[in-house]
Design a protein. Structure first.
Length: 238
């Protein structure tokens, strides 16, 4: 009898994986994942069978993982949390009666927040700017609604070569509802090799270093920067 684990491996650095994620990777005979993400856990899987594909082959990867898991123990991996723009949804949509366990992980917004200070201390939302599977009109509508409702916003997939203007356009939308001195942070490669971050305001925001390895965090109307640390107050009366 096989089994399929859908594993969030965290932001990339091995010390930020959960104990359960490490356990199931160790237990697995086969690891399935996007080539770059497999590299993050390379030291843990030296003697294992690996099935990796490039970007955009998610369905192929899922089907292969499900097929292999009929008689082997298989982990299909996502970075961050497998249930946040990861593989968990697709696996569950395709599954028939296979045994599956979803193993959660530290998502990019939490990883980035820990580097910046405490920017997500209040109500927040994640929005992906990728329009590969979501119409851009809907993305813009969600950004506007989130800005209007004063959510702290984390933008995933913030900027790619195919859609270089989306990020700037959406920052302009957010500006309609928030003060120009609201903190905006870019965190690249959070908690893995190559980590970098910059803190701007909505007025001074510069997207030149933003890419698909980054998230962008926008504070709410109460957020501020103190000694270089990005804080969104929880509301304690100090
Ligand atoms: N399942 C992942 C998200 C996958 S979508 C998670 O929960 O984190 C891919 C996007 O996530 C990237 O384009 C980037 O915006 C963000 N991302 C993932 N890991 C990151 C990291 N370590 N640092 C910064 N951004 C990251």
């Amino acid at each position: 009898m096989g089994k399929l684990y859908v594993v969030g491996i965290g932001p990339g650095g091995l010390q930020h994986m959960t104990v359960r994620a490490r356990q199931v990777i160790e237990e697995s005979e086969v690891i399935v994942g996007y080539t770059k993400y497999i590299d993050f856990i390379a030291p843990l899987i030296e003697n294992k069978e690996v099935f990796s594909t490039g970007m955009m082959k998610e369905e192929e990867r899922c089907r292969e993982a499900l097929r292999l898991s009929k008689d082997k123990i298989v982990s299909i991996i996502s970075t961050g949390d497998a249930g946040i723009y990861g593989m968990a949804g697709l696996v569950l949509e395709l599954i028939e009666n296979e045994q599956v366990e979803i193993v959660p992980g530290v998502t990019a917004s939490s990883a980035a927040a820990s580097i910046l200070g405490a920017p997500i201390m209040h109500d927040s939302c994640n929005i992906s700017l990728s329009d590969l599977m979501t119409p851009y009109e809907l993305i813009k509508k969600r950004v506007e609604a989130a800005a209007q409702a004063d959510f702290v916003i984390t933008l995933y997939n913030p900027k790619s070569k195919g859609r270089p203007h989306y990020l700037k356009e959406n920052i302009e939308t957010i500006k309609k509802y928030r003060n120009g001195n609201t903190p905006v942070a870019v965190v690249k490669n959070a908690l893995r090799e190559g980590q970098e971050y910059e803190i701007f305001t909505l007025d001074s925001f510069d997207d030149s270093n933003v890419d698909m390895l980054s998230v962008v965090l926008i504070g709410n109307s109460q957020s501020f920067v103190k000694n270089g640390v990005f804080i969104t107050p929880r509301g304690y009366k100090l």
